[in-house]
Design a protein around this ligand. Structure first.
Ligand SMILES: NC(=O)c1ccc[n+]([C@@H]2O[C@H](COP(=O)([O-])OP(=O)(O)OC[C@H]3O[C@@H](n4cnc5c(N)ncnc54)[C@H](O)[C@@H]3O)[C@@H](O)[C@H]2O)c1
Length: 319
């Protein structure tokens, strides 16, 4: 069987690809606009891994996937433009995050793929929603990034109902881990650990008390990998919660491991407002724990220790 990962050389995509080469016999196609060589240094020469450069928003580039000799059965759709770019370039955000999802769904339909697993986000919700948030809660995003997620989810449900594609949405909180870089509203939580682990000063661009749920990439990868084994997933969407931790608590955990770590705060007021909303949004993840037997094991303490060790022993995780 062949599994396609869009955004396959990105942070989550590359961790999942590595996991699947170790735990399954799947052939993998990593489709990405910008190929991140460092993240896939150990996968490039694997005969089961094919890398295809292309733009999700262009149908002619998606058809590069049809040239692939093997039929694609599973698709993890992770390719996405992230905030703040989605908020300043709304048209490109539309093309990549909405048109791009339509293209992938249409490709799945035309090529006979069985499963599309979609990485959505807690950013589909906004303040005012009844708490705790469940899969049934009303989605009314504050950002263009969140709009892209809701549109993609709704299109996916249409393909699930009308075109016989098993479309599944997972709504993630902040996912952090070695080598995550670049954009995303929650990148500060990564930077607090990543930079001190590299012997550098970390600048945190939110206020110290901002508290959000986080999951470690290793727990997320384990969950994603397990989706290929579940034959009877009945729900179209699952919400994930995570371990709730403030920027300051994370910083203290880092300083326990690296006493000389320097972490300074230079809060961006607009970002802090958006994240303060997120910090009010208590979630209920009972369904994913029950149906998919998801039980994250990386508490913030364990996560920080493991993250630092990984960065210190693997130069490819440096940013
Ligand atoms: N990291 C998180 O905290 C988090 C939380 C919730 C949801 N998600 C979702 O998970 C997915 C993966 O996120 P990530 O953290 O690995 O981000 P990432 O930025 O590392 O990965 C996204 C990938 O998409 C690729 N991409 C962007 N535009 C493209 C285009 N036009 N065509 C093809 N590929 C394109 C990028 O090159 C990148 O490799 C995204 O959909 C993201 O919205 C992430």
């Amino acid at each position: 069987m062949t599994t396609l990962i869009t955004g396959g050389t990105g942070f989550t995509g590359s961790f999942l690809a590595r996991h699947l080469t170790k735990t399954t016999n799947e052939d993998l196609i990593l489709f990405d606009y910008i190929i991140n060589e460092k993240r896939i240094h150990d996968l490039k020469d694997n005969s089961r891994v094919k890398i295809i450069q292309g733009n999700l928003s262009s149908w002619s580039e998606i058809t590069k996937l049809s040239d692939s000799s093997q039929g694609i059965d599973n698709i993890f759709h992770f390719g996405s433009l992230m905030p703040p770019f989605t908020e300043t370039s709304t048209e490109t955000a539309f093309q990549v995050n909405i048109q791009g999802t339509f293209n992938i769904l249409e490709f799945a339909h035309l090529s006979g793929a069985s499963n599309v697993f979609y990485a959505s986000s807690a950013a589909v919700y906004s303040p005012g929603v009844d708490l705790p948030i469940t899969e049934k809660s009303y989605r009314e995003p504050l950002t263009m990034y969140g709009v892209g997620k809701v549109c993609s989810e709704v299109m996916g449900v249409y393909y699930r109902r009308r075109k016989n594609i098993n479309f599944l949405t997972l709504r993630f909180p902040a996912i952090i881990g070695p080598g995550r870089s670049g954009a995303g509203m929650t990148i500060y939580a990564n930077n607090i650990i990543q930079f001190p682990a590299q012997g550098m000063k970390a600048i945190c661009n939110v206020e110290p008390d901002i508290t959000i749920p986080i999951l470690y990439i290793k727990d997320v990868t384990r969950l994603l990998g397990s989706l290929l084994e579940h034959e009877d997933i009945n729900e179209p969407a699952y919400n994930l919660d995570g371990f709730w931790v403030s920027a300051q608590e994370l910083a203290h955990l880092v300083q326990k491991e690296i006493p000389e770590a320097v972490i300074e705060y230079e809060p961006d007021s607009e970002l802090s407002i958006l994240l303060r909303f997120l910090s009010m949004m208590e979630g209920d993840d009972a369904l994913v724990r029950k149906d998919l037997e998801f039980n994250p094991i990386y508490t913030p303490e364990k996560l920080v220790k493991d993250f630092i060790l990984e960065v210190q022993r693997n130069p490819n995780y440096k940013v």
